[in-house]
Design a protein around this ligand. Structure first.
Ligand code: SF4
Length: 494
């Protein structure tokens, strides 16, 4: 990756490399709060920077592996980053999944850019649907917006999850109307919106945020049926950065050993939208509440299948588990081999269902392609479970030292460091530093900073487990399966 190279990128020109992207984030004067303080420049903040590096990897991959990470735009005809591409075929959807696994392997964490990709793909269909029914012009607005985003190669963040307040009530039933993002004023030139979106992946690292409703809406929720694109540096937006376990280790200096994965991390923040104006050309739904459920279902179909990213992350974890077994001198033990087989089996099951969902993509009425909803939900349901077992086995192979290892600062003391080297060595020929590095990586991914991306996000991202089970129940068609059973059992009258 070449993100650390100097960039000559200038504002308004297309972003090409990861280094250009990082440069494009500078000087935006965002309202970002972290650990109780306003962050003057997120790009240079040691806790935030690894998440920016992970996003930058999506740019560098487009240079290093263009067949995988770019596509010919159906809008401009130009070659564009695949994260900004509306899928024109099932092969395009399959390529998204392959790219996501690759990026998981390269970063070992959440690289954040898929939410926007899944948002534009689902909006492409839904805006066309609303226009066809109501004669609105949402689809052409979206196309113009996308053409410019593709030309400049921008990061689009998708913001769906509202803070939701009392879960027993819909948006209109809340004691505070701002617990779901809604329109507070309509003007001749646009709308003013207010509310907050919770744990938004990569929002601070994006150029635009596309807000969308988070659930099925009713006629009384009309003002909550809003889809709009906002520049991340819009006046009135505040970002409150989420804590990740062990995140302050990035402030401790040293060689980055204790951080585990010094270069890459994910990012979630609370986005507070306080009366932000959006011109009409950036509004892609306003009041058409009956299409909110369709948007949520289409978005989650894309995004639940997108969780094949975790298969790439687990490739790193399986590799780390195999490495520590080797460093401990037990690589050939049969139970170790079997545990690696089990991890691989679980991981490929996730990938298999995600790829199946992508291969089974079908054309939507708007002409783009969408994954199979049943298989996408099964993929995500697997993701809510298997990473925990993969993580458990990785910890099993790592041993307790993974979390009881002394700090790298203790090794900096020459006398104590020598004693630690003596007592914490593994098999001959392996340095204790290498052993520490891989133990810290496993800690990072299973209980540390990137466990947020590998475990918690796997559980709750793109909808918690029950949300997929509801969708699976809707699509499972038990009656048809009963008919199959009856036919073979010879039951003709019942
Ligand atoms: Fe992409 Fe995975 Fe992060 Fe979602 S969790 S944004 S699919 S990398």
């Amino acid at each position: 990756m070449d993100s650390d190279m100097r960039s000559e990128w200038t504002k308004g020109t297309p972003i090409r490399s990861g280094a250009d992207y990082i440069e494009s984030l500078r000087g935006r004067k965002l309202n970002v709060f972290l650990l109780g303080e306003k962050v003057e420049e997120p790009v240079d903040h040691p806790i935030i920077r690894p998440s920016i590096n992970a996003m930058a990897a999506t740019y560098d991959l487009a240079i290093d592996e263009p067949d995988l990470a770019t596509a010919e735009s159906g809008i401009t005809g130009e070659q564009v980053n695949r994260f900004l591409h509306v899928a024109q075929s099932a092969d395009d959807v399959v390529a998204q999944s392959r790219m996501q696994r690759r990026l998981g392997q390269l970063t070992g964490t959440c690289f954040q850019r898929c939410v926007g990709m899944d948002a534009i793909n689902s909006l492409f269909t839904v805006t066309a649907h609303i226009d066809a029914d109501h004669g609105t012009e949402y689809h052409s607005r979206l196309i113009s917006f996308l053409a410019e985003a593709q030309r400049q190669n921008l990061v689009l963040g998708g913001a769906m999850t509202d803070v939701k307040g009392d879960r027993s009530q819909g948006p209109a039933g809340q004691v505070d109307p701002d617990l779901f993002v809604h329109v507070v004023e309509r003007r001749s030139d646009g709308v003013v919106i207010r509310g907050a979106k919770a744990h938004q992946t990569g929002c601070v690292n994006s150029h635009w945020i596309v807000v969308m409703p988070t659930l099925r809406l009713t006629a009384s929720d009309r003002d909550y049926a809003i889809v709009a694109a906002l520049p991340v540096d819009s006046e009135g937006i505040t970002y409150v950065y989420g804590r990740q376990s062990c995140d302050t280790r990035a402030l401790e200096g040293g060689a980055g050993i204790d951080v585990g994965n010094a270069d890459f991390a994910g990012q979630e923040a609370l986005v507070i939208i306080d009366d932000v104006f959006v011109p009409w050309e950036r509004v892609f739904m306003d009041g058409e509440f009956e299409y909110a459920a369709e948007l949520v279902e289409r978005f989650t179909t894309y995004h639940r299948r997108s969780y094949v990213c975790k298969a790439g992350v687990a490739d790193v974890l399986i590799g780390a588990a195999a490495l520590i077994a080797d460093y401990n001198g037990v690589a050939k033990a049969s139970h170790v081999r079997d545990k690696l087989v089990e991890m691989t089996h679980l991981n490929e099951t996730i990938y298999g269902t995600g790829m199946a969902a992508s291969h089974e993509s079908v054309e939507t009425p708007a002409g783009n392609y969408e994954p199979d909803p049943m298989l996408a939900n099964v993929c995500k349901q697997n993701v809510t479970r298997f990473p925990f077992e993969i993580g458990r086995i990785a910890q099993d192979l790592a041993g307790g030292l993974m979390t009881t290892l002394p700090s790298e600062l203790d090794w900096d003391d020459p006398e104590l460091g020598a004693v630690l080297d003596k007592y914490l060595q593994g098999r001959p020929g392996v340095s204790t530093e290498h052993r520490r590095r891989v133990l810290r990586l496993i800690e990072n991914m299973t209980v540390g900073r990137n466990a947020v991306g590998y475990l918690t996000e796997s559980l709750h991202g793109a909808g918690s487990p029950q949300a997929q089970r509801v969708q699976i129940a809707r699509g499972m068609d038990v009656e048809a399966k009963k008919r199959l059973a009856k036919r073979l059992a010879g039951i003709t009258d019942d």
